[in-house]
Design a protein around this ligand. Structure first.
Ligand SMILES: [Zn+2]
Length: 436
C-alpha cells in the first residue's frame, strides 16, 4: 500500500488501520507486514523503499498474498506493473487489486495481463501509429473517446469526457429492453413506437428494427465500454472496419452511469441466443410475431417433426369462420404431405392457454419452490422470466384471453399425434392435456 502526498496524514493512518483490521479479521489471512510509502508522489519511481522491501519479502518467500488498493497505487507505469505481476505470479503469489476487484491468479488476472502487455507493446511503438497510440494512452488513464452521435439515452459531457444519462431518452431505452423481454421482436417494437410516436435521439419517430436490435446489444447501456470494436485500417483514407480479432479489444466495466442493470442486459443477450436456437430447432427463418391478428403465430409446435404450426382460416358450409392450426411441413416439399400430425382449432389452443395459466395463477403457492430454485439458478434470463411470471400470477386467474400476457409468459404448446398436448411456460412449468 502507498499513498499520495496530497492526501492527509490521517487518511494515511486510516488506510494503515483499514488494512491491518481487514487482514486480522480474516481468519484465512496472516499479516506479514504493512508496506506503505508515505507521501511519495505518483511520478517518483525511485523512492519506493517500502514497495521494494515488499518485493524483497516476496522473493524471500514470506508472502503469498499481496493486498493493494488499486493498480495505480501498486505500480507507476504499465511495464512496471506487468513485470511485477508476472514475477509474483510465477512464484505463485497473488496480488489482489481491491478497487478493480482483480486477483492476478484467476481468469480476470489473465485478462489484466493481456491488456497490460498490449499496452506495454503500444507504448514502444513508432510515432507513425500515434493516433491509435493516443487512444490507448487515454484508456490507460481511464479516459477514452466516445462517439455520441446517434446514441439514444446519453449526452456527452465534453469537460469530463464522460457519458451522462439523458433522463427522458433513458425511459425509451428501458422500455425497449422491457418490451424485448416481454417477448416482443424488434420489428414489433419498431411498429409500436411508430404508432405511439415515440421519439428517437433526433426527435423522429422513424424507428428501424435494426437500430433497436443494435441498441439491445450495446454494452454502453449497462455502463460498460468496449474499446476498439472498430478500427482505422489506413490513416490516409480513414477507413474504419469492424474489429474481428485483429486488434485487442478492451472491455471497461463501470465506465459511466448505466441505464440498464447488468442482469437485464445479460438476459437480453441470452434471449437473442434463445430465439436463434428456437429458429434452428423449428426450422423457421425469422422469429416473427403478429400479436394483433395472429397471436399464436410461432407458438404451436409439432411434437412429431418439430416444425411450427401455421394457421388456416376458412368458412364452413354454414358460413362460420373456422381457424385451424396445422403442421407447417404439410405445405412444403413440393406440396406433398410430409407430416401427418393432427389439426387443432384455434379456440382449443386458447382454451388450453387459459387452463394452463389459471392453474398457476389460482395456486401460485404450489409453484413457489420452482420459482425460488429458478431465482437461484444464476441464469439471468430464467430469473427475469420467472419474476415476470410471479408478477403476472399475483393478478390472479384470467377470464379473457390476453395475447400480450401469453407472449410474455408462455413458451410453446406442443401437439402430438396421439392427441396429447403440452403447454410450457417460461419458468419451466409444463402441463399435459388430452385433446378432445
Ligand atoms: Zn409435423
Amino acid at each position: 500500500m502507498s499513498t499520495d502526498q496530497e492526501e492527509q496524514l490521517s487518511s494515511y493512518e486510516n488506510q494503515v488501520q483499514y488494512y491491518t483490521d481487514m487482514i486480522k479479521n480474516n481468519p484465512e489471512y496472516e499479516l506479514v507486514d504493512i508496506y506503505a510509502d508515505e507521501g511519495i508522489s505518483g511520478t517518483n519511481t525511485k523512492k519506493r523503499d517500502e514497495f521494494n522491501r515488499m518485493i524483497d519479502d516476496c522473493r524471500l518467500g514470506y508472502i503469498d498474498i499481496v493486498v493493494t488498493k488499486s493498480i495505480s497505487r501498486f505500480a507507476r507505469n504499465t511495464l512496471d506493473c506487468l513485470n511485477y505481476v508476472r514475477e509474483l505470479k510465477e512464484k505463485g503469489i497473488c496480488i489482489i487489486f481491491e478497487k478493480e476487484n482483480i486477483n492476478t491468479l484467476d481468469a480476470k488476472g489473465e485478462v489484466l495481463l493481456t491488456i497490460l502487455s498490449s499496452l506495454a507493446q503500444d507504448e514502444s511503438r513508432s510515432l507513425s501509429e500515434n493516433c491509435t497510440w493516443g487512444i490507448r494512452r487515454r484508456f490507460e488513464q481511464g479516459k477514452h473517446k466516445t462517439s455520441t452521435k446517434r446514441f439514444l439515452g446519453y449526452d456527452y459531457d465534453p469537460e469530463t469526457e464522460k457519458l451522462v444519462v439523458n433522463r427522458e431518452q433513458a425511459k425509451v431505452v428501458k422500455r425497449i429492453y422491457e418490451e424485448f423481454l416481454n417477448g416482443l421482436t424488434v420489428d414489433m417494437i419498431a411498429r409500436m413506437f411508430k404508432v405511439e410516436k415515440v421519439k428517437s435521439w433526433d426527435g423522429n419517430s422513424n424507428w428501424q428494427p435494426s437500430a433497436i436490435d443494435s441498441m439491445l446489444r450495446n454494452e454502453k447501456y449497462m455502463g460498460d465500454v468496449i474499446l476498439q470494436k472498430s478500427y482505422t485500417t489506413d490513416f490516409l483514407t480513414k477507413k474504419r472496419v469492424m474489429n474481428t480479432g485483429e486488434l485487442q479489444m478492451y472491455h471497461i466495466e463501470e465506465d459511466h452511469e448505466p441505464i440498464i442493470d447488468k442482469e437485464t442486459w445479460n438476459a437480453v443477450q441470452q434471449e437473442f441466443e434463445r430465439r436463434d436456437l428456437f429458429m434452428k430447432e423449428h426450422r423457421i427463418n425469422a422469429y416473427a410475431q403478429e400479436p394483433e391478428t395472429n397471436p399464436l403465430f410461432g407458438k404451436v409446435i409439432c411434437g412429431e417433426c418439430g416444425a411450427t404450426y401455421g394457421r388456416v382460416t376458412y368458412k364452413n358450409r354454414s358460413g362460420t369462420v373456422v381457424r385451424k392450426f396445422r403442421c407447417g411441413s404439410c405445405n412444403k416439399a413440393n406440396g406433398r404431405k410430409v407430416c401427418s400430425n393432427r389439426y387443432i382449432l384455434e379456440e382449443a389452443i386458447i382454451k388450453l392457454f387459459k387452463m394452463g395459466w389459471n392453474a398457476i395463477a389460482e395456486h401460485p403457492k404450489k409453484y413457489e419452490s420452482v420459482w425460488k430454485k429458478n431465482l437461484k439458478s444464476g441464469n439471468e434470463l430464467l430469473c427475469y422470466k420467472t419474476r415476470q411470471i410471479m408478477e403476472a400470477a399475483k393478478k390472479g386467474p384470467i377470464q379473457e384471453f390476453d395475447p400480450w400476457l401469453m407472449i410474455r409468459v408462455m413458451d410453446i404448446i406442443t401437439v402430438y399425434e396421439s392427441g396429447n398436448l403440452t403447454i410450457r411456460f417460461y419458468d419451466g412449468t409444463e402441463f399435459s392435456y388430452e385433446a378432445v
